[in-house]
Design a protein around this ligand. Structure first.
Ligand SMILES: Cc1cc2nc3c(=O)[nH]c(=O)nc-3n(C[C@H](O)[C@H](O)[C@H](O)COP(=O)(O)OP(=O)(O)OC[C@H]3O[C@@H](n4cnc5c(N)ncnc54)[C@H](O)[C@@H]3O)c2cc1C
Length: 465
């Protein structure tokens, strides 16, 4: 099952132990406080949001007809809108946050948070309607009619809420798993529209529940900053980088059945501040592909003027890349990801790749120094599926590490605790980097946790979609 491999070189893309591999563990240690700081700041913001509503209410308002429902409506509206703001910030691609926390963790936070603002804003609409109806001593449906006909801002907000609820339903895992990445992405774009029109409602009506002018200004500034971050980092920066580097396809090579490497050429790649293990969102400007961007890791560090990605065909986009023509222009967004040598806390490492997860492991390995004594575990169903195996073997050899290939059907060979201990000597004293399909990554990471390896030594990139 386990063996060591050797192979041939592709001159322009194979890295030896270069300057970048000397990076010692701990560069990120200085930034390890960032996730806690981000969560702390989010908590302070939540406190301020709740406080701004509560301090606006008087005891007299609460005892009036409909007072309790209206206060509940104000609170749920404020907290729901605040959590929606956080959701937007989590995916705004702020570079420092991306690099330290990692896009997959941010996306997971975003996914976990998402049901809350939607539910709270729905509750806000119900509670405010009930509160106003009780105050006016009319039925709730009568009040719905009054609010929709007399206040254009409410009509707009109701449309926004309807959109959010629809997107929330589509986001349920059972529905989402049936959609292609691009359909999912297009539907998701509507969330920006929903949030924008809901914000119009706040502007038109004024955040009536916030009486302090400073709080109102802070609220407006926070939304303006979130919109600015989205525009700058999700749209502006990618355009600037794409124009600056002018990437285009120069070669498409088969690496394994259904797996191709795409070699791209560009300008000024020395200025592309990218680390081994990171990924870009790639937009190939060819017919049928230009409108969608997909994440693919670098499968080797840039060798200016070249850079390379390696792709396994699983769906429309990834399969179409095998037919790319030389000269096809490329727009990029990134680099993203915290799956880098910066995350290392121990001297020695183990790198574990499931299937096409070898891409991130391959470029990460280039940055590992000899002192990291890397043990690389490659997992595949069949020997011919071990893409980039020869290159990985060369890099491992240069670092005097060891390469373990685990080949066989999933139901026959499992990477359980016993196997991992046998394959990786001293695994508990190493940082372990795991990449590949989501199910593989989560299985290995859970096994490592159960073996008592602390979270700070575990780093992973799940190729989820
Ligand atoms: C951070 C990151 C880095 C990535 N790096 C690489 C890389 O270096 N090389 C690479 O080949 N891929 C990589 N991926 C995965 C790649 O982005 C997806 O495979 C691709 O976007 C799928 O798009 P599609 O249109 O081809 O498939 P879709 O039409 O969107 O999906 C078709 C079907 O395949 C399933 N599917 C999608 N992706 C996978 C997957 N990875 N494994 C199993 N089933 C899947 C979907 O559930 C869907 O049912 C990475 C993903 C992430 C998040």
């Amino acid at each position: 099952m386990a063996q060591t491999a050797t192979g041939t070189r592709r001159p322009e893309l194979i890295g030896g132990i270069g300057d970048r591999s000397a990076a010692a563990p701990g560069r990120a240690a200085a930034r390890r406080w960032l996730p806690d700081a981000v969560l702390g700041a989010a908590g302070v913001g939540l406190g301020a949001a709740v406080g701004s509503v509560l301090t606006s209410e008087t005891r007299g308002q609460l005892t009036q007809a409909g007072g309790v429902a209206t206060v509940v409506g104000s609170l749920t509206g404020m907290v729901g809108a605040y959590l929606a703001l956080l959701m937007v910030l989590l995916i705004s691609r702020l570079p420092l946050v991306e690099r330290t926390i990692g896009q997959d963790r941010l996306a997971r936070w975003h996914r976990r948070l998402a049901p809350w603002p939607i539910a709270l804003l729905a509750l806000h609409a119900i509670a405010i309607t009930v509160g106003y109806a009780q105050a006016a001593r009319v039925g709730p449906w009568h009040e719905v009619g009054t609010l929709l006909s007399a206040y254009p801002g409410v009509t707009i907000a109701t449309a926004g809420l309807g959109l959010m609820l629809a997107i929330g339903l589509v986001s349920l895992r059972a529905v989402r798993n049936r959609l292609s990445r691009e359909t999912w992405w297009l539907i998701h774009l509507w969330m920006y529209v929903a949030l924008a029109i809901s914000f119009v409602h706040v502007v038109v009506l004024g955040p009536s529940f916030v009486v302090h002018p400073v709080a109102t200004d802070l609220w407006d500034a926070a939304w303006a900053a979130a919109a600015g971050a989205i525009l700058a980092y999700r749209f502006g920066l990618p355009v600037v980088r794409s124009v600056r580097h002018r990437l285009s396809v120069v070669d498409v090579r088969t690496e394994a059945p259904g797996v191709v490497s795409i070699v791209c050429k560009g300008r000024d790649l020395e200025r592309l501040d990218v680390r081994g293990g990171q990924f870009f969102e790639w937009r190939f400007l060819a017919r049928g592909l230009w409108w969608q961007a997909h994440p693919y890791s670098l499968s080797s560090l840039p060798r200016p003027p070249y850079v390379r990605l390696t792709v396994k065909g699983v769906g429309d986009h990834s399969k179409a890349l095998a037919a790319l023509r030389p000269g096809t222009k490329i727009a990029i967004e990134g680099p993203y990801g915290a799956f880098t040598n910066d995350a290392r806390t121990r001297r020695r490492v183990a790198l574990v790749a499931g299937g096409i997860g070898v891409t991130a492991i391959r470029s990460l390995l280039e940055e590992m120094p000899r002192t990291a004594e890397p043990v690389v575990v490659l997992r595949a169903s069949k020997p011919e599926d071990l893409a980039l195996r020869a290159e990985v073997a060369d890099l491992v050899k240069e670092r005097r590490g060891s390469l373990q290939e685990v080949v066989g059907a999933r139901d026959e060979i499992e990477l359980d605790a016993k196997a991992l201990r046998r394959l990786v000597p001293g695994i508990a004293e190493r940082d372990v980097f795991v990449s590949g399909p989501e199910s593989f990554v989560f299985h290995v990471v859970e096994t490592l946790r159960a073996m008592g390896i602390p979270d700070e030594q575990l780093h992973y990139e799940a190729y989820a979609f």
